[in-house]
Design a binder for this molecule. Structure first.
Ligand SMILES: [Zn+2]
Length: 327
């Protein structure tokens, strides 16, 4: 197994761990979660946030969250603005959030206890409303003449009617938390609790996966480079073999065309225009020279080599032209 395969298999393992976690969240109905938006917005509006801008921003974050909520979002709820709002149902403060990072469950439970006792109050209010409405209906039905045995005046009747109406309008201004509202709240609570349970694991997996992806990209880049180098090496090797084959065709003249000294027995075949710069394996580009010049010239062009060595470029070119070479 090569490095990329090893990293990919690590990546797959992490991915399947993530998928297993996401499976647990698939019990939640996204459509219902989307419906809960109103509740969360209501919660924001009910809170005493002195800063209008921050409330507006919270609303926007919640709207954004519900707009494209997915199972993946539910898994990472804690990191989202929406999740934070649900965990910290009081005024949102970053410092407090850090302090209570590991105390989420408690704070949620505390909230729900308060919320439930509030709901009891709402329920009794609702009962009173129903009772008052009944009284009102009754009152209207019998008219002011028949309500009391002592036959009240029209004024008394209107006083009674108005007191019922005032009480009714006061009670109906207090929001009523219906049973379905409570059920929805508990649904959100369940999501929050589960996402809290997995949040650290998911963060860790996310972090590892990002690292692995980066490493794989690096390896792929390296692999591409290696391939390029291998191709170049293969080409170079081929070039050397070709020049070895062609060598007997290149006559060995007595003097080195570069330095002008006698070549002697150790002649070197030189590519006048270097292979690395696109020089070809043809007799017109190959010349025998002394070993010293060949080693010094390496992959330099004639002009650069002459300038470095202090050779007369014109003279060198003349010598090469006489030998029938291309300059
Ligand atoms: Zn030489």
């Amino acid at each position: 197994m090569n490095d990329i395969e090893r990293l990919n298999s690590e990546l797959n393992t992490l991915n399947s761990r993530l998928q297993k976690i996401e499976m647990e969240f698939s019990q939640f109905d996204i459509a219902r979660v989307k419906k809960l938006e109103a509740h969360v917005l209501h919660r924001i509006d009910m809170r005493s946030v002195s800063n209008r801008t921050s409330r507006r921003k919270e609303r926007e974050a919640v709207l954004k969250f519900f707009e494209d909520v997915s199972i993946k979002d539910l898994v990472r709820l804690k990191g989202k603005a929406f999740g934070k709002r649900l965990f910290f149902l009081g005024d949102f403060e970053k410092a407090r959030m850090d302090k209570f990072r590991y105390d989420y469950n408690q704070s949620i439970e505390r909230f729900f206890i308060t919320e439930q006792s509030q709901n009891e109050q709402q329920k009794s209010n609702q009962k009173m409303i129903i009772d008052l409405e009944k009284q009102l209906k009754e009152l209207k039905k019998i008219g002011f003449g028949g309500l009391f045995s002592s036959k009240p005046s029209k004024k008394q009747y209107e006083q009674k009617l108005n007191s019922i109406l005032t009480r009714l309008s006061y009670l109906s201004k207090i929001p009523y938390y219906s049973n379905s509202y409570i059920a929805d709240e508990q649904y959100l609570y369940k999501i929050c609790k589960l996402s809290h349970k997995y949040y650290d694991q998911v963060s860790e997996i996310d972090k590892k996966m990002t690292g692995l992806k980066k490493e794989i990209a690096e390896f792929k880049k390296q692999e591409k480079h290696n391939l390029k180098m291998a191709k170049a090496a293969a080409y170079d090797n081929e070039t050397r073999q070709q020049s070895r084959r062609i060598k007997p065709q290149i006559p060995i003249q007595s003097n080195c065309p570069y330095c002008g000294t006698e070549i002697g027995s150790s002649s070197h075949l030189d590519h006048i225009h270097p292979v690395s710069k696109g020089g070809l394996n043809i007799p017109e580009n190959l010349v025998n020279c002394c070993s010293t010049c060949n080693l010094k010239k390496a992959d330099k062009g004639v002009f650069q080599f002459c300038r470095e060595q202090g050779f007369n470029y014109e003279k060198v070119c003349d010598r090469l032209l006489v030998l029938g070479k291309h300059i």
